[in-house]
Design a protein around this ligand. Structure first.
Ligand code: NAD
Length: 290
């Protein structure tokens, strides 16, 4: 059976490393790293994510500059808030928690974030840097997946990686990162015919779709590394709500070489890479290595 890619354990290890580095740097620096999360409205899932991020900050010694706005906040006010945070020297990372309530456009807000404070790595300058193969802040979920593959020394060079999902948040950036590591990358999406024929050819299979248990063992090449990015809330037979990925774990683990669980796989890596990005920008301002 497959080896489990333990994102929770790796996340803890990286967070521990970040915590020690922060402790060390704040002995001489005049301030800790700072992260500002802008939250608008009260989507319960978003609120939980934001709490999670703030808890991680606290654990690591990163100062939180969270701002919470009501759902009827005008777009202009959010632009002013980002402007202030861009100029605030205590803030190394800024992000807008998505999705925004109806009527607000996230794109111009993301464009307004100082690219060097863009903790989510979603600013076009950082996406451009990724495309060009230049250093920059990388989107957290894709970066977390790459760290997980690295930790378990999964060979990417010359391997066939199939990425299902083409979102700007996950599918597209992850494809570019795999390409930069010399994988042969195929991008699949909702219009790809015969998905199973394709995924069966994958040495590395990344699933970022948002469809519960889309992939079972019949779609997986024996020995493949399967990364499940999906987070879906489903109600089970007994009416109980639980989280599940895009991969039917109990089935896929019979044939795959490696597989990530949900929860405990990609999720914890995402928030950890957010902390990593914040500390990375902090180190850049201090002029030291992370
Ligand atoms: P999205 O809705 O923006 O994109 C989904 C993609 O899947 C689209 O590109 C679409 O073409 C493709 N798709 C849809 N149905 C398909 C099908 N039947 N076959 C093949 N492709 C299909 O979603 P997203 O933001 O990329 O997120 C994907 C999933 O990952 C969601 O479940 C989301 O909750 C989860 N997610 C998890 C993390 C994490 O930290 N683990 C972070 C971001 C997103």
């Amino acid at each position: 059976t497959a080896r489990i890619l333990d994102g929770k354990a790796l996340a803890q290890k990286i967070q521990q490393e970040l915590r020690s580095r922060i402790e060390q740097l704040t002995q001489t620096a005049d301030r800790p790293p700072g992260l500002a999360v802008l939250m608008v409205g009260d989507n319960p899932a978003s609120a939980a994510y934001v709490r999670n991020k703030e808890r991680a900050c606290q654990k690591l010694g990163i100062a939180s500059f969270g701002r919470h706005f009501t759902a009827d906040t005008p777009q202009e006010e959010l632009h002013r808030a980002i402007d202030e945070l861009n100029r605030d020297d205590r803030v190394d990372g800024i992000l807008v928690q998505l999705p925004l309530p109806e009527g607000l456009d996230p794109v111009p807000l993301i464009y307004q974030i100082d690219p060097d404070k863009d903790a989510d790595g979603l600013h076009p300058v950082n996406l451009g840097r990724l495309l060009r193969g230049e250093p920059g802040l990388r989107s957290c979920t894709p970066a977390g997946v790459m760290r997980l593959l690295e930790e378990y020394q999964i060979d990417l060079r010359g391997k066939h990686a199939v990425v299902i999902g083409r979102s700007i948040l996950v599918g597209k950036p992850i494809s570019l990162m795999l390409l930069a590591r010399d994988a042969t990358v195929t991008m699949a999406h909702s219009r790809t015919p015969d998905l199973t024929a394709l995924t069966r050819e994958a040495d590395i299979l990344i699933v970022a779709v948002g469809r519960p248990e889309l992939i079972d063992e019949s779609a997986v090449k024996p020995g493949a590394a399967v990364i499940d990015v999906g987070i879906n809330r489903v109600t089970d037979y007994f009416g109980k709500s639980r989280l599940t990925g895009d991969v039917l774990f109990d089935s896929v683990k019979n044939v795959a070489g490696y597989v990530t669980p949900v929860p405990g796989g990609v999720g914890p890596m995402t928030v950890t890479m957010l902390m990593y990005n914040t500390v990375l920008s902090y180190c850049r301002t201090l002029g030291v290595e992370l």
